[in-house]
Design a protein around this ligand. Structure first.
Ligand code: GLN
Length: 243
């Protein structure tokens, strides 16, 4: 067994250790004897997303989001929309998560028209939402408690066509107002969680791997791993946040 993982825009969308998610995904596969092939898709490159089993997109500041717009609208937008409709699993973080929605309008009025693959939009606010935070995933996303680090000015609002990834336990999440965090639509998981997200949230990482493996191979039981260090890091942050 093997998963072909695409790391999209590693050159511009990679904040607060986001690339560590790729390490987590590949190590947790290889520790179980499952192959992991990583392909980087920087600005200017093209590839058919149908050749992959999982796509990861990290976060970036407003500047980087504007830099990649031209490339995004030169065909990757269509590729991403088709792949999502086809059930390809995605993990997208912060700026990469915002990018799948309709648009992002910065606080000072600059507008990035994104790809509308997901029914959500983002508007910049004067007050940045920064800090360690925690949320509980919905049942369909595995129900685990995720800890992470958020730093965004954008407030994301979900439309009727999508559901949140989880509910905020501490911190801000999507907008600091409605208690939602991230998005879950088909096999797309979007979150504000940098940190990186996956190393200290092994239950969520395995959920994502299971979704990708089941889509490719049918039913799959992931062998348990010794997660003592990962769980200690996770629980320490929960204790600090009081959740
Ligand atoms: N530029 C976006 C915002 O501030 C995304 C930031 C990020 O990816 N951390 O809302």
């Amino acid at each position: 067994m093997e998963l072909k993982i695409c790391h999209m825009y590693p050159d511009v969308l990679n904040l607060y250790g986001d690339g560590g998610n790729i390490i987590s995904l590949s190590r947790r596969l290889r520790w179980r004897g499952i192959g992991a092939e990583i392909t980087k898709l920087p600005i200017g490159s093209s590839a058919s997303l149908a050749d992959f089993d999982l796509v990861f997109i990290g976060g970036g500041q407003d500047f980087e989001q504007q830099v990649l717009l031209e490339d995004l609208h030169r065909g990757k937008d269509r590729e991403i929309r088709a792949a999502i409709a086809d059930g390809l699993p995605f993990l997208t973080i912060c700026g990469g998560y915002q990018m799948l929605g309709h648009y992002y309008e910065t606080y000072d009025g600059k507008r990035c028209d994104f790809i509308g693959a997901l029914d959500l939009y983002t508007k910049g606010s004067q007050r940045r939402m920064i800090g360690n935070y925690a949320f509980r995933c919905g049942e369909e996303a595995g129900g685990s408690v995720v800890v992470g680090f958020e730093n965004h000015s954008g407030k994301t609002w979900l439309g009727r066509g999508v559901q949140p990834l989880g509910r905020v336990l501490a911190g801000f999440g999507n907008n600091g107002e409605d208690g939602t965090e991230g998005v879950h639509y088909k096999n797309v998981f979007g979150s504000y969680s940098h940190g990186p997200m996956l190393p200290k949230n092994p239950a969520f990482c395995d959920r994502l791997l299971s979704v990708a493996l089941e889509r490719k191979y049918g039913r799959c039981e992931l062998e348990p791993l010794d997660d003592a260090a990962e769980i200690a890091a996770h629980d320490e942050m929960c204790a600090r946040l009081g959740v």
